[in-house]
Design a protein around this ligand. Sequence first.
Ligand code: SF4
Length: 486
Amino acid sequence: MEKVISDIGIISEKEKNSETGLISKENNSGKKKKLYVESYGCQMNFSDSEIVTSILAKEGYDTTSDSTEADLILINTCSIRERAEQTVRNRLNHFNGLKKKRPELTVGVLGCMAERLKSKLLEEEKIVDLVVGPDAYRDLPNLVSQVDDGHKAVNTFLSREETYADISPVRLNSNGVTAFISIMRGCDNMCSFCVVPFTRGRERSRDPQSIVNEARDLFENGYREVTLLGQNVDSYKWSSNKEFKGKAQIEKANEQEIVNFARLLEMVANVHQDLRVRFSTSHPKDITDEVLYTMIRHENICKYIHLPVQSGNTRILEMMNRTYTRNGYINKIDAIRDILGEECGISSDMIVGFCSETEKEHKDTLSLMDYAQYDFSYMFMYSERPGTLAEKKYENDIPEEIKKKRLNEIIEKQQEISLARNKRDLKKVHKILVEGFSKRSDKHLQGRNSANKVVVFPKAAFKKGQYVNVMVNDCTTATLIGEAVN
Ligand code: SF4
């Protein structure tokens, strides 16, 4: 029998709601406790916030989108760049005002910033009661009750096993059509500029059957697209043989026992032909032709790949410890174009102004963009991160104004290429999955084509969750515009 102690004393068994196993937690005014979650950073973090919400829902928390009525505020943080952490500190400042009015309010910091700073965050930010790393979310109920008992609580243990495979995420801010499924956690690459290996730990892949079940469950609940998530999906590897734990050992398992990313992709695609499948993020050193041929075999696997390059120059790639060269990357682009064709959407990530990058080496990134012809990209100036290999080994010596100039140059280049790529889609019919109303008009709907491009068209009688064939007859740098033809 389970009893819960909170700051208003013993709550009797009777309040336990047997069907859902949910415990109704009440605050001082006897109302159900409310949870407010704010998420920053990558899609993995947004997915984790859905896991966190599920864990606390079992503890009787209702979610609210209004922080002023929350009893528990959790910020799921990103640490990839200095600015991301500054944003969180500004938010903590804002919540400080709320806490002054309601001292019983609990404020917690989750995610990569929590993992990077650990208990130091409690010293730096007095408002913070709770610091929880990405692998410790199961411990949240215990940590919250420690805070309820008047203590500060920290758990930043990084696990080699944890995948939260048995926890059904509570979909937050969902359009009811598309959803993310995290297939693995952590990263074994050690890119010299990146904090992720330190904040999310070693790679571990989730049981493929639990992923297929989640995809089937989503399909049965009306979702029509899933995106398989991982820091590096191409190194997904799972063995049915329990003897083989951890990636290194799984390599020893025989072929039959191993589920690699291509097999997982096929398993999810076979859930239903009307369930679209996307995935992110790929890694140039690990993406295989087997994955590309699996994509060709299934119409419902979207023809789009996010393949971060970071730099177009081999010397800089070596300093970044990206483990591939400029030519090695170009070979992957060629393989994608050969096997999936020119229509396949490709996007990338690029960092300008990395330590000692010369003007000529920057030009190599621009020329690689000309070669790869990305549909869009995420582009950043190098931001030195504490504790990374680059911070230890290299000087952050490129002046800010040079970084800014180079960033503007690649943004300009990308906009030229995006527009040219979109113009290739004119006068063609694209199959669109409708996600909702266009941001600009409720007389128009929007969705994405297989290449992950946003398409806007007049609503007519169509609705969310439907597949619609749209003839594209106009475009901007970021959007295709058309008319439904079915
Ligand atoms: S692949 Fe590199 S950049 Fe990506 S999460 Fe891993 S270490 Fe970071």
